[in-house]
Design a protein around this ligand. Structure first.
Ligand code: FAD
Length: 372
């Protein structure tokens, strides 16, 4: 029997084993490390609190023990979906079904590349090691991009004693994601911790001169080269149907590359979240093994910055009305974003009892009673 192949996608391989899938499963990864999770790279691991082993999806021995043929340091370079052949740096592989989970790569910041300063991005273990080594008392760290990654890096760099400047061209960090009311809370948090926030202007080469390290966190590009090569439909990621199938039914795609026809939202979304990559991996595994499941989870995300923990469910736009329960001042609250009266997204800040409450609000679309 021809193998079932996954490029990336450790979670899908796990579920195939759990399902008792009897065929061969080959898992390819370009990196030399066993599959690992990225959220710690800008949090506990970057802070030096957690060892790398904690970020591993499974210990290295797990794969062989569970009949998953893990091939590390192997890059897939070409795809022929008619012949069912994947070209790789270690030779050709034929497959019966293929899962693409090639993820995303950081967008390059031209202005930083032009400046005479070291420039770093954050996607891999090695990137995180490089950042941690550059942080320290009095080190001047310039962060370009006030999104989740940029802000987590700023928090870690400040915690390590660095002088941190964050450049964000919007008037507030995370303005488009959170809207002004909640984005202001995040801005204040960083100011109070001594971050120099430079907002509302585009960063220049001069701004960056003199930094010991510039960290660019200006977003990612989905890695769609293989999908292009295989002639799959691509438009801001690989187009997949509600069951995560690409335009060629024997090929599925999940995670950061998947531009998914969301059955409950009734539109396409591409989500760059850890939780989505895992849960789509599970549904894809069922479908690779002959199942017929739709993926209908709402996007879910968490972040930690200083002593603040937050969870966010759904997807809001900056125009949506926001209703806050709790105290913005004390940074302990729940925020609900409403579109035409329906809750489309919700977040809690330092209020872990509210985890289920915000999820239910987004599921039902109904604003919960504050007292309840
Ligand atoms: P990836 O994790 O990028 O994995 C893709 C894998 O495929 C890589 O290992 C790559 O080497 C391999 N690959 C690519 N092309 C090839 C090829 N041609 N041949 C062989 N192998 C290939 N999300 C959250 O929800 N919460 C967070 O707090 C959070 N924090 C994050 C912090 C950091 C620093 C980063 C970088 C991301 C964070 N994310 C977070 C986002 C989350 O990690 C991603 O959404 C998730 O990793 C996507 O998983 P994926 O499997 O699609 O891709």
């Amino acid at each position: 029997r021809q193998p079932l192949l996954a490029v990336g996608g450790a979670r899908a391989a796990t579920v195939l084993w759990e399902l008792g899938y009897g065929g061969r499963v080959v898992l390819l990864g370009a990196a030399e490390h066993p599959p690992y999770e990225r959220p710690p790279l800008s949090k506990g691991y970057l802070l030096g609190d957690d060892p790398f082993e904690k970020a591993l999806v499974h210990p290295l021995g797990w794969y062989a023990e569970h009949d998953v043929d893990l091939r590390l340091g192997v890059t897939a370079t070409g795809l022929d979906t008619d012949a069912h052949v994947l070209t790789t740096s270690a030779g050709d592989l034929t497959y019966e079904r293929l899962l693409l989970a090639t993820g995303a790569e950081p967008r390059v910041l031209d202005v930083a590349e032009e400046a005479d300063v070291p420039v770093a991005y954050l996607r891999t273990l090695e990137d995180s090691d490089r950042l941690r080594a550059a942080f320290g008392d009095g080190k001047r760290i310039a962060v370009v991009g006030g999104g989740w990654i940029g802000l987590e890096v700023a928090a870690a760099a400040r915690t390590a004693g660095s002088d941190v400047t964050v450049f964000e061209m919007e008037d507030l960090p995370l303005l488009r994601v959170l809207g002004p009311t909640v984005a202001e809370v995040i801005a204040d948090l960083h100011r109070e911790h001594g971050v120099d926030l430079r907002l509302g202007t585009e960063v220049t080469v001069q701004d960056l001169e003199g930094a010991d390290l510039v960290v660019a966190g200006i977003g990612v590009r989905p890695r769609v080269d293989l999908a292009h090569d295989g002639g799959l439909d691509v438009d801001d990621g690989v187009l997949v149907d509600s069951r995560l199938r690409t335009s060629v039914p024997s090929v599925l795609a999940v995670g950061d590359i998947a531009n998914h026809a969301h059955p409950r939202l009734g539109r396409r979304i591409r989500v760059e979240h850890w939780d989505t990559a895992i849960k789509q991996g599970k549904v894809a595994a069922h479908n690779l093994a002959g199942g017929d499941e739709e993926y209908e989870e709402m996007p879910y995300f968490f972040t930690d910055q200083y002593d603040l923990g937050m969870e966010y469910v759904g997807r809001a736009s900056a125009e949506d009305e926001v209703v806050v329960h709790g105290s913005l001042e004390d940074r302990e609250f729940r925020a609900y974003w409403l579109s035409d009266g329906d809750v489309v997204a919700a977040m809690h800040v330092n209020d872990w009892d509210a985890s289920d409450v915000i999820k239910e609000a987004v599921e039902s679309g109904e604003l919960p009673d504050e007292e309840a």
